[in-house]
Design a protein around this ligand. Structure first.
Ligand code: DC
Length: 202
C-alpha cells in the first residue's frame, strides 16, 4: 500500500508521515529531501542540477546521505530550501527523481510525502492526503523548527509556495481524490489518527 501525503511546507507533513509510517509499520519516503540533496550538490559543485540529478547517490533513512556523506542537517539550511524550490521546477530534475521514487514505491508499504505524490509519482496510491494549514500556522511551525524569525520565514514561504504552485511540471495541488486535512487547529496526533483510520478503513 502507498499512502501519499502532499501539501505546502510547514503543514506538518514530515512529523505526520513519519508517525503514520511508524504506527502502520510502513517505510517512509521524504521526497523533499531528494530535491534538497540535488540542490545542495549543485550549490557545492556549481554544476547544473539537471546534470547532477541522475548521478548523485542519495540514501534516505534515519540520516540522509549524499554520495556517502551525512547531509541531514546541511539540507535544512534556508539557502538549500530556496534552491531546492528552484531546481524542483526543472523538468529534467523532476524526471530523474520521479523515476527513483516510483521504483522505490513499486515494492512494499510506504508513506511518501512531497508535493506531487498523489498526482504524479503514485497516482494510484490507495490513500491520498493533502495536508495544509493557514500561512501563519505554517510559518510559525517552521520558524520554531529552524530557530528563525517567523516574519522572515513567512515571506520566504510565500515565495516558495507560489513557485511550487505555479510551475508547469507537477505543480503543488491536491489530487482530485485526495482527502484534504487542514492541520491549523489540530495536534499532530489527531492528524495521524485520521490518516491511520483512512488507511485501515476504520
Ligand atoms: O518538503 P521540502 O520542503 O523538503 O521540499 C523541498 C522543495 O522540493 C520544495 O520547494 C518543494 C520541492 N518538492 C517538490 O517539488 N516535489 C516533491 N515531491 C517534494 C518536494
Amino acid at each position: 500500500m502507498v499512502i501519499a501525503i502532499d501539501g505546502p511546507s510547514g503543514a506538518g507533513k514530515s512529523t505526520v508521515a513519519r508517525a503514520v509510517a511508524q504506527a502502520l509499520g510502513f517505510r517512509y519516503l521524504d521526497t523533499g529531501a531528494m530535491y534538497r540533496c540535488v540542490a545542495l550538490a549543485s550549490l557545492r559543485s556549481g554544476q547544473r542540477a539537471a546534470a547532477l540529478a541522475d548521478t548523485v547517490a542519495i540514501e534516505l533513512g534515519e540520516r540522509v546521505l549524499l554520495d556517502g556523506e551525512d547531509v541531514s542537517t546541511a539540507i535544512r539550511a534556508p539557502e538549500v530550501a530556496e534552491l531546492a524550490s528552484q531546481v524542483a521546477a526543472d523538468p529534467a530534475v523532476r524526471r530523474a527523481l520521479t523515476g527513483v521514487q516510483r521504483r522505490l514505491l513499486a515494492h512494499g508499504d510506504w508513506v511518501a510525502e512531497g508535493r506531487d505524490i498523489g498526482t504524479v509519482v503514485a497516482p494510484r496510491a490507495e490513500v491520498k492526503v493533502f495536508l495544509t494549514a493557514d500561512d501563519d500556522a505554517r510559518a510559525q511551525r517552521r520558524a520554531r523548527e529552524l530557530g528563525l524569525d517567523a516574519a522572515r520565514v513567512l515571506e520566504e514561504q510565500r515565495l516558495r509556495d507560489e513557485r511550487d504552485r505555479t510551475r508547469e511540471q507537477a505543480p503543488l495541488r491536491p489530487a482530485a481524490d485526495a482527502t484534504v486535512i487542514d492541520s491549523s487547529g489540530l495536534a499532530a496526533a489527531q492528524v495521524v489518527e485520521r490518516i491511520v483510520a483512512l488507511a485501515t478503513g476504520r
